[in-house]
Design a protein around this ligand. Structure first.
Ligand SMILES: *Cc1c(COP(=O)(O)O)cnc(C)c1O
Length: 382
């Protein structure tokens, strides 16, 4: 089976991880701060806080922004469930904003309508989580200026998008948001096996997220309720968690950062070839926004004929092509249906779901594998 995504591990990556295994620190050592500096440095944000997954990063980002019971968080229905669940972890209510069918990203027009209606009824959200689908940034000027106008915080879910740019600036610089979150799961652009990282330009949010990833504990005397009892002393001042990244994970991530540009360039080569080779098939290839340089995490086509969707999936899988579907609209998951969502709530997301298919695209993909995917798609759809 040719997978839809997979990691690329080099000899240097292996040596970086084994060097940590021979060192003094497997956790809470010097490599996590180096990895944080590398990712924050790449993005141009002032601070980076590494954690054990993007899901954890989303959770502490919401906590740092004081999301709690009675508050609301809005995201896109076309995302991984984690972008919405972070709101529920904090006791908040979750709602969704429908997508722009050209980019599969949260639609700024739908967002504006929904914000203006919510303002009238006193039900504005505290946080909006725009998701950069497939590695292509949302329209962050539009979403950022709406958020400022309505006094709403923004967490960018850039799990797909490290290596991507918006208007020439790296995703994650937080020019239009409070916090950006990256994922380093093996299918993503770079990997730490499991891992995530939050960037921010706000020193207080950074300090808060750093505490929250490690039990809410501080060793900073300025933050304590009284002078330290002695050199051993620390205080717990928030209810945090253990979301720390290990030194082995950080070493893998730091080594992978050396090849970030190379990974994204190869993904673009593959995406350009797909664009040309699939142009005459009964499907739509991904539209690339002129302001965006995508990280090309996923290559999603939408079939012209939704009645052939399931059959095409089954045929491709049976011929060894590991197609996938990103994503089942979150509001249609049983857990969310139980909270009152129903089919028809977000029609553009549901129409997308009836046609979408992710075809294989990853850093180690060869031309022969790509020809195989193209030939099989042609034979299945003709
Ligand atoms: C992968 C992913 C996540 C979760 O990432 P983990 O690191 O696996 O927790 C969240 N949001 C989106 C959009 C993702 O693709």
């Amino acid at each position: 089976m040719i997978p839809y995504g997979r990691q690329d591990i080099s000899q240097n990556d292996i040596e970086a991880v084994t060097a940590v295994l021979r060192s003094d620190f497997l956790t809470q050592g010097p490599v996590v701060p180096s990895f944080e500096a590398a990712v924050a440095g790449w993005s141009g944000a002032k601070h980076g806080i590494a954690v054990n997954s993007a899901t954890s990063a989303l959770h502490i980002a919401c906590l740092a922004l004081d999301l709690g019971p009675g508050d609301r968080l809005w995201t896109s229905p076309i995302t991984f469930v984690a972008s919405a669940n972070c709101g529920l972890y904090c006791g908040a209510t979750v709602d969704f904003v429908d997508i722009d069918p050209a980019t599969y990203n949260m639609s700024p027009e739908r967002l504006e309508e929904k914000l203006s209606a919510a303002k009238r009824t006193g039900t504005l959200p505290k946080i909006i989580v725009p998701v950069h689908m497939c590695g292509q940034s949302c329209d962050m000027e539009a979403i950022g200026s709406l958020a400022r106008a309505y006094g709403v915080a923004i967490i960018e879910d850039a799990s797909h998008a490290i290596g991507g740019h918006w208007q020439g600036a790296p995703v994650g610089n937080c020019a239009h948001s409070d916090i950006t979150v990256f994922s380093f799961h093996p299918v993503k652009i770079i990997t730490t096996a499991e891992g995530g990282l939050a960037t921010t330009n706000d020193p207080e949010l950074a300090a808060r997220m750093e505490r929250l990833r490690s039990h809410g504990i501080t060793r900073d005397p300025d933050l304590m309720t009284h002078a330290p009892d002695g050199p051993w002393y620390y205080q717990q001042i928030d209810l945090g968690l253990n979301y720390r990244m290990t030194e082995m994970q950080a070493a893998l991530g730091l080594s992978q950062m050396d090849r970030l540009e190379q990974f994204v360039a190869h993904r673009h080569t593959l995406a350009d070839r797909y664009d040309a080779a699939l142009a005459d098939l009964p499907l739509t290839t991904p539209w690339r926004h002129p302001n965006s340089h995508s990280a090309c995490h996923l290559y999603i086509v939408t079939l012209d004929d939704p009645t052939r969707h399931r059959e095409a999936f089954e045929a491709l899988r049976s011929k060894g092509i590991g197609v996938n579907l990103h994503y089942i609209p979150v509001h249609l998951q049983p857990y969310y249906r139980n909270m009152g969502f129903s089919p028809g709530d977000f029609p553009l997301s549901e129409a997308y779901y009836s046609r979408a298919m992710s075809i294989p695209l990853f850093a180690t993909m060869t031309e022969v594998q790509q020809e195989n995917v193209i030939g099989t798609l042609e034979s299945v759809l003709e």
